[in-house]
Design a protein around this ligand. Structure first.
Ligand SMILES: *[C@@H]1O[C@H](CO)[C@@H](O)[C@H](O)[C@H]1NC(C)=O
Ligand SMILES: *[C@@H]1O[C@H](CO)[C@@H](O)[C@H](O)[C@H]1NC(C)=O
Ligand SMILES: *[C@@H]1O[C@H](CO)[C@@H](O)[C@H](O)[C@H]1NC(C)=O
Ligand SMILES: *[C@@H]1O[C@H](CO)[C@@H](O)[C@H](O)[C@H]1NC(C)=O
Ligand SMILES: *[C@@H]1O[C@H](CO)[C@@H](O)[C@H](O)[C@H]1NC(C)=O
Ligand SMILES: *[C@@H]1O[C@H](CO)[C@@H](O)[C@H](O)[C@H]1NC(C)=O
Ligand SMILES: *[C@@H]1O[C@H](CO)[C@@H](O)[C@H](O)[C@H]1NC(C)=O
Ligand SMILES: *[C@@H]1O[C@H](CO)[C@@H](O)[C@H](O)[C@H]1NC(C)=O
Ligand SMILES: *[C@@H]1O[C@H](CO)[C@@H](O)[C@H](O)[C@H]1NC(C)=O
Ligand SMILES: *[C@@H]1O[C@H](CO)[C@@H](O)[C@H](O)[C@H]1NC(C)=O
Ligand SMILES: [Cu+2]
Length: 515
């Protein structure tokens, strides 16, 4: 789903559920269109020609069928055969071809480059360097008043005093966590990553790339105009997109021309605020949340995964800041993941085809060191990995997996937003420094931990997650910073079929694209 939102964007609105589930069918035409932003015209790849894309309204329980016609040349989106990551679950839909996604429903911000995003990605992979910065963040496709040539189209939300509104937020930015505020208003966060949480009061929402949040706010201030604003949480001392995107909360009854009040956003490096938000959330476990399942107590598979930035040798053709013989690489347990090209991993799994991936992703890092020592970043002997491989971890159906996610400070310490396809996981604990296997398990919340599919692991820190592998197939795990994904900060799980047809991967659909 994430590629869809970050590159193309459509809007899903979940309505209150009714007794009867329906089948909702839509057609998406993916093509190039010209848009005007930041004083210039740019060609962008859009769904049905608009940004944000078309709105789809659904009720809990509905089946959604989306026919995608790729008139351009994008990689893609979405779940089993329609999970989306190209070469993991299927081959890309090549220009001129189409594919139908089918999935059942249980249960926007963005970014702008003054350039073609395909060129930005190509530049990144060929240079071996860091990606060029975007030119703006956007709220519903608009940079907002602080950016040039934008204020006549700034996203404006009309509100009536005394009423409560639900904001469904998605961070569709490719590289940055965001702080989000509305001047003088408070929020109640009621869900994250489409999972209900114990209502959480805050005046700032922190949201990682790929995460979502459902947030209530009451228009309880004097009638007027108030900016909603977002800018990066970026605690690493390198260059980043430091602009502030804005929209306007406009109380009906005052002129739209009245200058809005601006909220004071946290400092870019305010790890305290981000950690507080990310670690304070707990699941709603009462009768009000029928989707809640208690945390499984017995663990079948324990893994310890380190991840971070490093380098790989380059044959003299790279042009990044570190010269022509090194390119940036990123890894999990010192293996920099590389996507196959001949066949998708899911087809290889389903067909028993050898040679596409190997099932030897290690349960532990090859070396124990002081992962979060700031001076470790200078230790060149640790930085260069030779392994650029397609390794997966095989899991038995229904096994309970616990993973310590340990960030390393190699090259540059960052908060990496790790996204798991196929599973929502419980976040048992988080902290700074190196995970302590003796004392930290005492901090596990096994009662009402938040459930997520994307976790921003604290900078110079760790997180422990647990999930049940009840979803047969091949599931990609990756950093949701686009550049880190490209550099290989990824792995995948292969989950075996269960004992019955309904717990097994169905055969591929007839229109599955070929590589
Ligand atoms: C997208 O455009 C196609 C062709 O114009 C149209 O049939 C379809 O309904 C549109 N889809 C949505 C979700 O609006
Ligand atoms: C959606 O649910 C219906 C009814 O349970 C089922 O027949 C159908 O196969 C499901 N579709 C998908 C894509 O899971
Ligand atoms: C905003 O201004 C741009 C030119 O700067 C123009 O192309 C666009 O149509 C305007 N939008 C609205 C809603 O007036
Ligand atoms: C944003 O970064 C630019 C340089 O990249 C710098 O000139 C500017 O002062 C920064 N703005 C803020 C608000 O930090
Ligand atoms: C955060 O940045 C500010 C300047 O913008 C600086 O004064 C402060 O020391 C930094 N804090 C940390 C924890 O790095
Ligand atoms: C919320 O975060 C603050 C600061 O990190 C911490 O002191 C407090 O114990 C946390 N509360 C909960 C319920 O996690
Ligand atoms: C270097 O590697 C690139 C990309 O892998 C390849 O296209 C190129 O042919 C190689 N050049 C040499 C001199 O080996
Ligand atoms: C790891 O490095 C940090 C920061 O330098 C230091 O405080 C800590 O004591 C080190 N831990 C170990 C086990 O050496
Ligand atoms: C890190 O290295 C610097 C420069 O070599 C040194 O001054 C500092 O004490 C070191 N810090 C730690 C925690 O080892
Ligand atoms: C990673 O593996 C390489 C060999 O490919 C080795 O030189 C390096 O020290 C390893 N680094 C870590 C952090 O394990
Ligand atoms: Cu990352």
């Amino acid at each position: 789903m994430e590629r869809m939102i970050s590159l193309l964007a459509f809007v899903l609105i979940l309505l209150a559920s009714t007794a009867s589930a329906a089948t909702v069918e839509h057609t998406f035409n993916v093509a190039s269109n010209t848009l005007q932003r930041l004083c210039r015209q740019e060609v962008k790849t859009l769904v049905n020609g608009s940004l944000p894309g078309p709105v789809i309204k659904l009720r809990d329980g509905d089946e959604l069928i989306v026919h995608v016609n790729n008139k351009h040349g994008v990689f893609q989106m979405f779940s089993g055969w329609a999970d989306g990551p190209a070469y993991v679950t299927q081959c890309p839909i090549v220009p001129g071809r189409s594919f139908t996604y089918r999935f059942n429903i249980t249960g926007q911000e963005g970014e702008w480059w003054d350039a073609n995003v395909v060129d930005v990605e190509h530049e990144l992979t060929t240079s071996g360097g860091i990606p060029r910065l975007s030119d703006a963040f956007t709220i519903n496709g608009q940079p907002g008043d602080i950016f040039p040539c934008s204020s006549n189209e700034t996203y404006t939300m009309d509100v009536r005093q005394g009423k409560t509104y639900l904001l469904r937020m998605v961070n569709a930015v490719m590289m940055n966590h965001l702080f989000f505020k509305i001047a003088q208003h408070k929020f109640t966060v009621v869900a994250v990553d489409a999972r209900y949480i114990e209502p959480y009061e805050t005046d700032v929402v922190v949201i990682a790339p790929g995460q979502s949040a459902d947030v209530l706010f009451t228009a309880n201030q004097p009638i007027g105009n108030y900016y909603m604003a977002a800018r990066a949480y970026f605690p690493t001392p390198i260059e980043f997109q430091n602009g502030t995107t804005t929209g306007i909360v406009h109380y009906v009854g005052v002129p739209e021309s009245l200058t809005p009040l601006m909220p004071i956003l946290p400092d870019f490096n305010d790890t305290e605020t981000s950690y507080k938000f990310y670690s304070n959330l707990t699941s709603l476990t009462t009768i009000r949340n029928p989707h809640w399942h208690p945390v499984p107590k017995n663990v079948d598979e324990k893994m310890f995964i380190t991840f971070g930035i490093g380098f790989q040798p380059c044959n003299g053709t790279c042009s990044g800041p570190q010269g022509s013989f090194l390119r940036f690489a990123a890894n999990m347990n010192n293996i920099s993941f590389v996507l196959p090209t001949k066949m998708s991993m899911l087809e290889a799994f389903h067909g028993g085809v050898q040679g596409i991936y190997t099932e030897d992703f290690p349960d532990n890092p090859p070396m124990v060191f002081n992962y979060t020592d700031p001076n470790i970043s200078l230790d060149f002997s640790l930085l260069v990995t030779q392994r650029k491989e397609t390794r997966v971890k095989r899991l038995k159906y229904n096994s309970v997996v616990e993973i310590v996610l340990q960030s390393t400070s190699l090259v540059a310490a960052e908060n990496h937003p790790l996204h798991f396809h196929g599973f929502d996981f419980y976040v048992l604990a988080q902290g700074f420094g190196n995970y302590d296997p003796i004392n930290d398990p005492n901090k596990f919340n096994l009662v009402n931990p938040q459930q997520r599919n994307t976790i921003g692991v604290p900078i110079n820190g760790w997180a422990v997650i647990r999930f049940i592998a009840n979803n047969p197939g091949v599931w990609f795990v990756h950093c949701h910073r686009e550049a880190h994904l490209t550099w290989g900060l990824n792995m995948a799980f292969v989950v075996e079929n269960g004992p019955t047809p309904s717990t097994s991967l169905p055969p591929p659909p007839s229109d599955l694209p070929t590589c």
